[in-house]
Design a protein around this ligand. Structure first.
Ligand code: IVH
Length: 671
């Protein structure tokens, strides 16, 4: 007799779940990929015919077809703490001593050592066995909801298995872990992006962080993210040790990194740390240290937390990864302001997640101090996502005929004269029209923090400048007149040209302060541009302002005001601005529409994190009601709004006797 659809659907789900467990957790598949796909396809078909039978934990529901993320704030039931770091054996012994000092005399302490996965932490909440929310760490107290993205990760169980070894109440649990990407997958994605002219990611962690915050889960599903979980939280008091918890998590169907160890003392812990520091390169994913946790949950409770990290755990961080390679050549790069920066061209080496072929050398003094020369074998280092640097030279391998590095006498790009201002180590190319400076200025104009024109990166700008389409950044807004020619350029094509032109159009909506920043006036960074835009509110007012007037703005000094005056005294710059105005860019601040005068004339200072809104939102609300927001507390401040973990502004307010508002009181006031 044929089974009814409901029965078969349930049976299929159970089978698929079992095979997922065999594949992702035990790494022992018992059927072929083909057979597995057959099961999934049958389930999809049956669910299509019987949509009322679809449940949220069905394996077909990993990628919803029309879901997007909204990133709602999620308050963590237990704050997501971070760990304090240690870098040496000594510090580890200190940690061991502190743990023992914090516990009743002569109590035995065991530790669990785990690999510290270099990814992004996530918290998963399961109610009645079902995954209900996944959230980022955020500030530790409140994170963002990313459930739809996390569901696409196949090794994240949508529902938990009932563990056989123990009868526990697991109706409401929280599981924490690290989302990461394997090194090979990372390399592949970066290679593809490079081919498509898209920005590449610095390391697997950045790519992971970027991916879990994508709006569209369908895109997330295409990136091979993985997870290791390392923490179980449950209200039940039946749990006793972290070691047991790790075993339990695996039984429940979670991927737990199997390279963990129960250690009876700190000596054993150190051995684990040293062994893995040597072996780290044998893993297919990145680790940046070892996490050491007190095993007994009772002892963890006694030890408790200090500020943002637990007293019962610590991270032993590995030393920055180093590699040796040959420095083939030193080239001088010309930046948008004409500064010449020495860059080392290296024999490519793979180091900490990416292939490195260049490293910055900062300036000539740095080169002299380290006595770096062309042809040397050098030691390079990369810590976190910082740009690689040359730390030392292996003098034993120096070629016999090597020569000290000399400053160039002419600009390496346009052959103009160079100058070196007194008391500065930097040297500059004098020629404002030097192609390298032009390219640098356009790159800055289009960059993320400025006009944010996606798709217009370094490579394309170089190409467009060389082909004559861009002579300065105002030409960007005339690229559309050359659309047909651009499509003909090899590797561009109609679709990418369309995308580019769309993002160029979109950039016209950028507010005045971003436009001002994009102009690339020396010393006018994003923060300064915002202050100036807020004060003058239009480019015309700024152009007519004297140095004194500019300096009257809080924290704006003479070097900035002189640089601004110099910029506007150049006729070419005035013409540039005229062209940008014609293109439709915003050279005026938006009028702020005051909704009421409830807070008229009142000044506020904000400190700490608010749980119901971001600081920017709070600021907007205050302005909308006629008040204003200051950055520092003074006698003239009317109110100080205090959120979680306030800074020194809170202390100052108390000292000066300024009225203090809790978040709740503030919300009442702006209701
Ligand atoms: S335990 C209170 N275990 O490292 C317990 N963290 O700086 C806190 N991490 O935010 C976390 N591997 O993102 C723990 N095996 C592991 C870990 C791990 C990576 C990350 C995690 C955490 C950060 C701590």
């Amino acid at each position: 007799m044929k089974k009814n659809p409901q029965q078969r659907i349930e049976e299929l789900r159970k089978l698929i779940k079992e095979h997922d467990y065999n594949y992702y957790i035990l790494a022992q598949p018992t059927i072929s990929d083909y057979e597995y796909d057959q099961l999934v396809n049958e389930l999809i078909k049956l669910e299509k015919e019987n949509p009322h039978l679809i449940t949220p934990d069905s394996p077909t529901q990993r990628v919803g077809s029309d879901l997007t993320n909204v990133f709602n704030p999620v308050t963590h039931r237990v704050p997501m703490l971070s760990l304090s770091n240690t870098y040496s054996e000594e510090e580890m012994y200190d940690f061991d001593r502190r743990v023992k000092d914090g516990l009743p005399k002569n109590e035995k302490v065991e530790y669990v050592c785990e690999l510290k996965i270099d990814g992004v932490s996530v918290s998963l909440r399961y109610k009645n066995g079902l995954l209900v929310t996944a959230a980022t760490r955020g500030d530790g107290t409140t994170g963002e909801e990313i459930t739809n993205n996390i569901k696409t990760i196949r090794s994240v169980p949508l529902s938990i298995r009932k563990p056989e070894s123990k009868k526990l109440n697991l109706d409401d649990i929280e599981v924490r872990g690290e989302i990461y990407m394997e090194i090979e997958a990372f390399k592949k994605i970066n290679e593809e992006r490079e081919l498509n002219g898209e920005k590449t990611f610095a390391n697997p962690r950045n790519l992971t962080a970027g991916t879990i915050k994508l709006l569209d889960p369908q895109l997330v599903a295409k990136r091979p993210l993985k997870i290791f979980v390392y923490y179980l939280y449950s209200e039940t008091d039946e749990l006793t040790t972290h070691y047991e918890n790790l075993k339990l998590l695996r039984e429940m169907g979670f991927p737990v990194n199997q390279n963990y160890k129960l250690c009876k003392d700190i000596e054993e812990v150190m051995k684990f740390c040293n062994d893995w520091e040597d072996k780290r390169d044998t893993l297919p994913y990145e680790i940046d240290g070892v996490v050491v946790k007190v095993n007994s949950l009772k002892q963890q409770k006694i030890l408790g937390n200090i500020a943002k990290s637990p007293r019962w755990a610590v991270a032993y961080k590995f030393k920055a990864k180093q590699a040796k390679t040959r420095l083939n050549k030193i080239v001088w790069q010309v930046g948008r302001t004409g500064t010449l920066t020495p860059v080392a061209e290296l024999e490519p080496v793979f180091l900490a997640g990416s292939t490195i072929s260049r490293a910055t050398l900062h300036n000539i003094d740095e080169i002299k101090r380290k006595d770096i020369r062309e042809g040397d074998v050098v030691i390079i280092e990369k810590g976190g996502d910082v740009i690689p640097k040359v730390v030392a030279v292996d003098l034993s391998q120096r070629p016999r005929n090597s020569q000290e590095v000399k400053l160039p006498s002419k600009c390496p790009v346009c052959n103009s004269n160079l100058f070196r201002p007194e008391n500065e180590v930097a040297i500059y190319c004098e020629n404002n029209l030097c192609p390298a400076q032009i390219k640098g200025r356009i790159e800055h104009f289009a960059s993320r923090g400025a006009m944010d024109i996606t798709g217009l990166g370094e490579a394309l700008i170089n190409l467009f400048v060389d082909l004559g389409y861009l002579k300065d950044y105002s030409d960007i807004y005339h690229l559309k007149e050359h659309k047909e020619e651009l499509i003909q350029i090899e590797r561009l094509g109609e679709k990418s040209v369309d995308n580019l032109l769309t993002s160029i159009e979109k950039s016209k909506e950028k507010p005045f302060d971003k436009v001002l920043f994009a102009l690339g006036i020396r010393y006018v960074g994003a923060g300064v541009a915002k202050k100036i835009a807020d004060h003058f509110r239009s480019i015309d007012a700024l152009m007519n302002a004297s140095e004194e007037e500019i300096e009257s703005i809080h924290e704006i000094g003479p070097s900035i005001s002189k640089s601004i005056r110099r910029f506007f005294s150049d006729n070419n710059n005035i013409k540039l601005i005229e062209r940008l105005k014609k293109a439709g860019l915003k050279f005026k601040s938006e009028e702020v529409k005051i909704a009421s005068d409830k807070l008229k004339g009142k000044s506020f200072v904000l400190t700490g994190t608010l749980s119901s809104m971001s600081r920017e939102e709070a600021k907007e609300k205050i302005i909308l009601l006629g008040g204003h927001v200051l950055s520092a507390v003074s006698k003239n401040t009317d109110f100080v709004v205090v959120g979680e973990n306030p800074g020194s502004k809170f202390d100052n307010a108390q000292k000066l006797g300024i009225p203090i508002l809790s978040e709740e009181e503030f919300l009442k006031m702006i209701e």
